[in-house]
Design a binder for this molecule. Structure first.
Ligand SMILES: C[S@@+](CC[C@H](N)C(=O)[O-])C[C@H]1O[C@@H](n2cnc3c(N)ncnc32)[C@H](O)[C@@H]1O
Length: 218
């Protein structure tokens, strides 16, 4: 879906040498995700641990965004906590399934098909942003700027250090060691977790890094 007046960003892709346009790349990405989501159900997906385990940090009211929401488990949780919740994703199949799940649960939220390359969040528009299992490094400054004063970012995605086959095969879409810490330099750090491959890798929270950051007050 196009968003007139907004500048198309050039997001980093694994095809840096590729001469396809962003539009062509994103229609390929959309088709890939649509196909996956046709096989999946919202009821079988789970919210990200970084949100589930830190629900006590959420404000009682405010506007929340589940960015690149997929089937929207985080959005459902945010809306059930009473936040005025938006959920954006490139995949119309995912967004339609999320709308259906919200209706079945009697939860109000705004699920929209939105290409973040075309339409990143606008500055100062959300009190809470959740990003799970999505990594577009060029979007990180816009994500931080989209937080209102005192707003919270809950971020969790896959690391290159891995103990199983979950997540993208391409390391470009996985975090290097400690990388997440550096992607949001202007946010105050509330929580950071990354275990890598130290100790008993059969235990713990592996394959991902988590960050919770807070926007400054002014
Ligand atoms: C690995 S899934 C994660 C979904 C969800 N956040 C979760 O944790 O289950 C990555 C999502 O990013 C979405 N996505 C990829 N590129 C996008 C873009 N340019 N704009 C919006 N969404 C995009 C895909 O459609 C897909 O749903």
């Amino acid at each position: 879906m196009g968003h007139p007046g907004r500048r198309r960003r050039s997001l980093t892709t694994p095809f840096a040498h590729d001469e396809r346009t962003n539009t062509a790349m994103n229609s390929t990405t959309r088709a890939k995700w649509d196909e996956r989501y046709r096989e999946r159900e919202v009821e079988r997906s789970r919210a990200a641990e970084v949100l589930e385990r830190n629900l006590h940090l959420l404000p009682a009211t405010g506007r929340a965004l589940d960015l690149a929401c997929g089937l929207g488990s985080n959005a459902l949780l945010l809306a059930e906590r009473g936040l005025d919740t938006w959920a954006w994703d490139l995949s119309p199949v995912a967004v339609e399934k999320l709308r259906g799940a919200a209706t079945r649960r009697g939860v109000a939220l705004h699920a929209e098909v939105r290409d973040l390359a075309d339409a990143p969040p606008t500055a100062g528009s959300f009190d809470v942003i959740v990003v799970a299992h999505f990594l577009e490094r060029d979007l990180c400054p816009a994500i931080a700027a989209a937080l209102r004063p005192d707003g919270l970012l809950f971020y969790q995605t896959f690391t290159r250090a891995r103990t199983d086959g979950r997540g993208p095969d391409n390391d470009h879409f996985r975090l290097a060691e400690g990388e997440l810490l550096g992607l949001f330099p202007d946010l105050a750090l509330i929580h950071y977790h990354e275990e890598g491959l130290i100790g008993d890798t059969a235990e713990g929270l592996r394959n991902i890094a988590q960050l919770i950051g807070r926007q400054s007050r002014n």
